[in-house]
Design a protein around this ligand. Structure first.
Ligand code: GSH
Length: 209
């Protein structure tokens, strides 16, 4: 059975939970208490040298880290990852976009905001805010005439980009300024369905600054 090394408030791990659920894959979960250093033990660093969740443990003992790499692995051969060369490259375009313009930008600002780390990162916050506006504007332009980021149906590109961008208001980005993004958020949310809650950092007493 597959094993997901997880941390509930992580939206990177959330992406993987969603895809596993949509694909109906039964898996085991190991919760990793990242604020208590569990992702930096020797054993965990063998699974992911970067010391972060999510990690997917495979049946043969191998492991895959990086949320979007895990999505691609799981989605191979399914409707969530097109086989067509061009469409597949477009999915990759959004997966890389997410890791450069969304996760380290909106994801970091959100993390600092929700865990009381904004003040200590105040030197970086304006740059992140500017980059977040750029990311949301890029999404707004891209979603004018298409229901999903690539092709007419949900792919791993939508799951990845949605993970942090749909929570952009948690760190002060007004989504009302981005109507096409708002409509896409509703569409993705409806398509993935219920059962994938966003867990607040406040559930973890160790997450506070
Ligand atoms: N690029 C990675 C980022 C993973 C990441 O930053 N995970 C966070 C939780 S959201 C983590 O485990 N942090 C613990 C640490 O860095 O010590 C991915 O997409 O999986």
């Amino acid at each position: 059975m597959l094993t997901l090394y997880d941390y509930l408030p992580s939206q990177n791990a959330w992406k993987v939970r969603v895809l596993l659920g949509l694909l109906g894959i039964v898996y085991e979960t190991r919760q990793v208490s990242i604020f208590e250093g569990e992702s930096h033990t020797d054993a965990f660093l063998k699974l992911n040298p970067a010391g972060a969740v999510p990690v997917l443990g495979l049946e043969d003992g191998e492991a895959i880290a990086e949320s979007n790499a895990i999505l691609v692995y799981l989605a191979e051969g399914t409707l969530y990852l097109p086989a067509n060369r061009y469409l597949r490259a477009r999915v990759m375009q959004w997966l890389f976009f997410e890791q450069y313009y969304v996760e380290p930008v909106i994801g970091s600002l959100r993390f600092w905001t929700l865990t009381g780390r904004l003040e200590r990162n105040k030197a970086f916050a304006p740059g992140k805010r500017e980059a977040g506006i750029r990311a949301l504007a890029a999404l707004e332009r891209s979603l004018q005439d298409t229901p999903f980021l690539v092709s007419g149906s949900l792919t791993v590109a939508d799951i990845a980009v949605y993970a942090y961008s749909h929570r952009a208001e948690d760190c002060g980005f007004p989504l009302a300024d981005y109507p096409a993004v708002g409509a896409w958020i509703d569409r993705v949310s409806e398509t993935i369905g219920e059962g994938y809650p966003v867990h607040p950092y406040s559930d973890d007493p160790h997450s506070a600054a």
